[in-house]
Design a binder for this molecule. Structure first.
Ligand code: PLP
Length: 410
């Protein structure tokens, strides 16, 4: 519970604390452990594996024809690039605000990352996208809906179509989200989702790849490491589609296990309710922080159905010393803010300037400037609405301290 010190309000909840796995998922996982049938293809006669059921249910939830479960979203992105036909040396466009596993997946596929600039609302800059399409000749765009910020996907998809560019979506932070009434992951030919602990469903690690394309679905299942057991999938194209690919697609062994799927299935049933609860928290924070000086909240388009599982804002009118003090003072008062402006990568947080394994030739000064002032924190569902109010109070007080001269020189 919040407590007051002479320095002001302190926040005491943990930003890394997720809700427990639903009881039903725990019971099912324990039953699987008792049976020893943890591998997705280790099923008793007449039984369907937990992973196959999850894939069917997730495809139905998103509204695609197929889903393949993988070991992580990063591996789903890698498999997606391979399925889309990315070859070594190909160029792949990617928005400059993203998480390290995204350029990592492009590198893993032997391809070249071409960064595209972002807007002050943290989404891809469509003018720069079009320019980079012309300049680079890239035939693929891996769009990352980083921290749940969704660009105008109708325009993105139209730009891709008119330039012969294949669109793949990284939806790690938009599970449950949509643009103009259509779920993210359905604008691209492939959508990839994460079930890593800090995303919208938690199985520790895990990824879900969705598509409505027969050949891509068959290839994704084969790449995931299905051996010749793909017939047991419920969410798959007809067997003759596999005949075209089964001898030429390598097995990358990136499967999900039955225990992970057992933990996820009941979470999928409560997902819409979880998203509603995240957005209640987001609304409380947005209202409380909207009037705080030196903070700029991103404008959110009414067509964007976001999931507020994390919160971002930009610092304006401060110098770097004040910004760093702001982050550190919030931390001292229990509010863990991640800052994209650190010169060195910290924890999960890094930016493109830290990813020095690929050549960065693009002019991205404006994107760098945006990231330099970008702050971010998680909003786990273990925070109550009151916790969100306390958290916002701390941020407001620390900004207030800056207004009266903190940090003191010296
Ligand atoms: C977490 C995340 C990923 C990677 O997901 P993993 O399941 O951890 O591999 C990719 N993109 C974004 C935007 C993410 O937040």
């Amino acid at each position: 519970m919040p407590s007051s010190t002479s320095q002001g309000v302190v926040f005491t909840k943990e930003f890394t604390r997720q809700e427990p796995i639903p009881e039903e998922g725990i019971r099912r996982a324990v039953a699987l452990m008792e049976s020893g049938r943890l591998h997705r293809y280790n099923v008793a006669q007449g039984e369907t594996s937990e992973v196959a059921l999850l894939e069917k249910e997730f495809a139905e939830y998103i509204g695609t024809r197929y889903c393949a479960a993988l070991s992580s979203c990063g591996s789903a992105l890698y498999v997606a690039l391979k399925c889309a036909g990315v070859m070594a040396g190909d160029k792949v466009l990617c928005n400059a605000f993203t998480l390290a596993p995204v350029p990592g997946a492009i590198e893993n596929a032997g391809a070249e990352v071409v960064l595209v600039g972002i807007t002050p609302n943290y989404t891809v800059d469509l003018a720069d996208l079009e320019e980079k399409m012309h300049q680079s000749g890239a035939r693929f765009f891996l769009i990352s809906h980083m921290r749940g910020h969704i660009a105008d996907l109708e325009r993105v998809a139209a730009l891709c179509a008119s330039h012969g560019v294949t669109l793949i979506e990284d939806c790690a932070h938009t599970m449950g989200g949509a643009w103009a009434g259509r779920p993210t992951g359905t604008y691209g030919v492939i959508g990839c989702f994460s079930t890593q602990t800090y995303k919208h469903m938690n199985s520790g690690e895990g990824g879900l790849l969705v598509t409505s394309d027969d050949d891509i679905a068959a290839k994704a299942i084969l790449y995931s490491g299905s051996y010749m057991l793909y017939g047991g999938h419920l969410s798959r194209p007809p067997l003759e589609v596999f005949e075209r690919h089964r001898l030429v697609i390598p097995n990358f062994s990136l499967r999900m296990s039955n225990v992970q799927a057992a933990l996820l299935r009941p979470q999928l049933r409560r997902l819409d309710d979880s998203c509603r609860r995240w957005n209640e928290r987001y609304a409380v924070l947005a209202e409380a922080l909207a009037g705080v000086p030196h903070l700029a909240l991103p404008a959110r388009d009414p067509r964007e159905k976001y999931v507020g599982s994390s919160f971002q804002f930009s610092l304006v009118g401060l110098d770097r010393r004040q910004a760093q003090w702001f982050i550190e003072e919030c931390g001292r008062r229990g509010v863990e803010i991640k800052w994209f402006g650190w010169r060195e990568p910290m924890g999960f947080t890094s930016t493109f300037r830290h990813w020095q394994y690929f050549a960065q030739t693009a002019q991205l000064a404006e994107s760098e400037e945006i990231l330099d002032w970008l702050c971010d924190f998680r909003v786990p569902l273990t925070f109550s609405l009151d916790d969100c109010r306390v958290l916002a109070t701390v941020i407001g007080q620390v900004i207030g301290d800056i207004a009266v001269g903190a940090p003191l020189a010296g």
